[in-house]
Design a binder for this molecule. Structure first.
Ligand SMILES: Nc1ncnc2c1ncn2[C@@H]1O[C@H](COP(=O)(O)OP(=O)(O)O)[C@@H](O)[C@H]1O
Ligand SMILES: [Mg+2]
Length: 375
């Protein structure tokens, strides 16, 4: 048996300030349950919607209901903070100021979805702390969150992306007619999306010009930059998981089929009435299609400077062509999420998956420390 003190202390960050707070709690539960306890000792850190970092106890997280509507953080727990400078390796980087009891973590596992967690903000703090952390760094996280910058890089790399236009709030307010005529050239249906968001929040499927203005107004409620994309007619939605490393590897692809009145994988279809959403793992694809999906997923991961893990979402149109839709640098990790299921179907069970992710974080951190930092 292993001596407890030799276990690696893994601080799992969850909750957070985005609309995906509750989903993150469910993801964290899966991560904590899947960690190999012979090797790792989890430290649970819940981030409230107002941004406070609180210690959480495991029993509380694990006994919480599996329904996102009923999971909440225990706000009575002590607050913790992460120092923005490196401490001794593996010590005193997460402190509890109230009791002044330093809590130590050896590695951080952020399980945060959406803005203020998946977009490079938290990664910046983790970078300053000097601690190893799972997943993409500042650049990959930020690029992966911004649908406009993401598409520019994918286009530059010659990867298949649907035609799109970017509209900034100022251009929209200054010259709405010019903006509408530019967007109309994309044809219909088209998809209007806030540039920096997820979970289909603020996304509309627009079938004709008269509906475009209200779709733009909705998207501008969430962001100052909006992406308008040529829409496919009921494409197949294919997802592929990627694990970073040398080399990075792609999972078997899965598929999401949607039978919902919204006509696409909307917020309602994802979280409210998901009865019409079915995950097909593996997706029913030819060997050639599987190879193309995996090649595109890996190229997307590398082009966008990602690390650690990601889920790459693609469309397969009715003519049989593949298009890269987006990357998620901290994909859902709940018991019903695609990412762990795809790896399971590819021969990597949850326990091993967590170990691979943590090993990758340690390896990258060691390489960073070995870098020359003076002239
Ligand atoms: N160009 C498109 N053609 C057809 N469907 C689309 C298109 N863009 C988005 N969708 C639909 O909208 C959903 C959400 O869009 P997506 O870009 O993935 O945003 P999010 O980051 O919020 O998940 C997709 O899963 C898909 O169902
Ligand atoms: Mg999506």
């Amino acid at each position: 048996m292993m001596v407890p003190s030799s276990k690696l202390r893994v601080a799992v960050l969850f909750g957070g300030r985005s609309a995906e707070h509750e989903i993150s709690l469910l993801s964290a539960r899966f991560v904590v349950e899947s960690l190999d306890r012979a090797m790792y000792e989890p430290i649970l850190v819940g981030i409230t919607k107002s941004g406070r970092w609180l210690l959480q106890d495991e029993a509380g997280l694990l006994s919480a209901a599996r329904d996102p509507q009923f999971v909440t953080l225990n706000e009575a727990m002590p607050s913790v903070f992460l120092s923005p400078y490196p401490g001794q390796p593996g010590a005193t980087s997460v402190r509890c100021p109230a009791a002044d009891v330093p809590l130590a973590a050896d590695v951080i596992f952020p399980v945060l979805h959406g803005p203020m967690g998946e977009d490079g903000t938290v990664q910046g703090l983790l970078e300053l702390s000097g601690l190893p952390y799972v997943g993409a760094g500042v650049l990959g996280s930020a690029v992966g969150m911004d649908k406009d910058v993401m598409k520019r890089l994918l286009l530059q790399a010659g990867l298949p992306v649907l035609p799109y236009e970017t509209l900034r709030r100022k251009a929209w307010l200054d010259a709405p007619e010019a903006a509408l005529s530019r967007l109309t050239r994309l044809g219909f249906p088209q998809f209007v999306k806030p540039a920096n968001l997820g979970s289909s929040v603020g996304v509309s499927r627009v079938l004709a010009l008269h509906a475009l203005e209200s779709a733009l107004a909705l998207a501008f409620e969430f962001d100052d930059k909006v992406v308008v994309e040529a829409g496919l007619d009921h494409p197949r939605e294919i997802e592929c998981a990627v694990l970073g490393g040398e080399p990075a590897r792609a999972s078997r692809p899965g598929e999401i089929t949607i039978d919902h009145p919204d006509g696409f994988y909307s917020y309602a279809a994802k979280y409210v009435d998901g009865a019409g959403v079915v995950l097909k793992i593996p997706a029913d694809l030819t060997a050639e299609q599987v190879a193309s999906v995996q090649r595109l997923a890996l190229a997307t991961f590398e082009t966008l400077e990602c690390e650690g893990l990601a889920r790459v979402d693609l469309f397969l149109d009715q003519a049989g062509a593949l298009h890269v839709n987006e990357i998620n640098t901290l994909p859902g990790f709940t018991s019903v999420s695609m990412f762990p299921k795809l790896w399971h179907a590819s021969g990597i069970a949850a326990r091993e998956l967590m170990t691979l992710l943590i090993d990758d974080a340690l390896r990258r951190n060691a390489r960073k420390r070995a870098r020359r930092s003076s002239v």
